[in-house]
Design a binder for this molecule. Structure first.
Ligand SMILES: Cc1ncc(COP(=O)(O)O)c(C=O)c1O
Length: 266
């Protein structure tokens, strides 16, 4: 679990250990609610509007009225309270309507990452929904660690590559195509993935795990990882680690970030 710096609960800013929630709340008791995690660069959030748009879609998908205006105000006050730090903001709304936000330290990712495939059936009713029901995602990472890797890669029972538990995956084929699973496969509409797909030529589809294992290079994409080179999948060493495709994705993301941070904030 990431280290919390500070919380906001229903608009009140609180230090860790000071924040409490009244029960019952199905957000906690049943994982019924929605969340987002956005990155703060030097006190400025990246693509916060897109995170709130996705949160609104997630909430609509599970019949929850999102208090977007209140959450946006909470987020601005919490971010401002922390000066120009680099960190994450987690934004949660529970089924009972509690607004919980936390500022968190950035996770300490290793320079490259190894993956182990974990069989997973998309839930269908929650496809594309960033709900609080993430126990399967968290447990998949533990299973991958037991298998000697650092992170899991969800693969459908039919052998189609989906995504890691909290990121998207891209890979380059030997003949120079950049591929990523299609959203129709049941993966999350990742904001980092979207920024890369908008700037690079990417083939989106349903691809078998063998296609990925034959790739020359692969990387993960997410808010916390940006473009994170993959070193190994199911014990198979990637021929190229942090090569030209990962570099191209990193540059594409840097361009998106620069564009976003150039807009006025606050
Ligand atoms: C299942 C899943 N896929 C992909 C991502 C990456 O999304 P983003 O780029 O918006 O951080 C996340 C983020 O946590 C996720 O939970």
């Amino acid at each position: 679990m990431a280290t919390a710096i500070r919380f906001s609960v229903d608009g009140e800013i609180l230090e860790p250990g000071e924040a409490f929630l009244p029960l019952p709340d199905d957000g906690l008791l049943r994982g019924d609610g929605v969340f987002e995690v956005a990155r703060i660069y030097g006190g400025r959030p990246f693509a916060l509007d897109l995170h709130f748009d996705r949160m609104e879609r997630s909430a609509a998908a599970i019949g929850l009225d999102l208090e977007r205006d209140l959450l946006e105000g909470d987020a601005d006050r919490l971010i401002t309270s922390n000066g120009d730090a680099d960190c994450l903001i987690r934004i949660v709304q529970t089924r009972s309507g509690r607004r919980i936000l936390s500022l968190e330290e950035l996770p300490d990712h290793s320079p490259t990452i190894s993956l182990a495939s974990v069989s997973y059936s998309p839930t269908v009713v929650l496809n594309g929904v960033k709900s609080l029901s993430y126990a399967a995602n968290m447990h998949a990472t533990r299973l991958a660690k037991e298998a000697g890797a650092e992170e899991a890669l969800f693969v459908s029972p039919e052998g189609i590559v989906l995504e890691p538990p909290t990121s998207s995956i891209f890979w380059a084929t030997a003949d120079g195509l950049l591929r990523t699973p299609t959203l129709e496969a049941g993966v999350l509409d990742s904001i980092t993935r979207r920024k890369i797909v908008e700037r690079l030529e990417v083939e989106e589809g349903e691809f078998p795990l063998e296609d990925l294992l034959e790739a020359s290079e692969a990387f993960l994409a997410s808010t916390t990882r940006e473009a994170h080179p993959v070193s190994r999948i199911d014990g198979h060493e990637m021929p190229v680690v942090d090569g030209e495709w990962t570099g191209a994705a990193r540059n594409a993301f840097a361009e998106a970030l620069a564009e976003d941070l150039a807009k006025p904030y606050g």
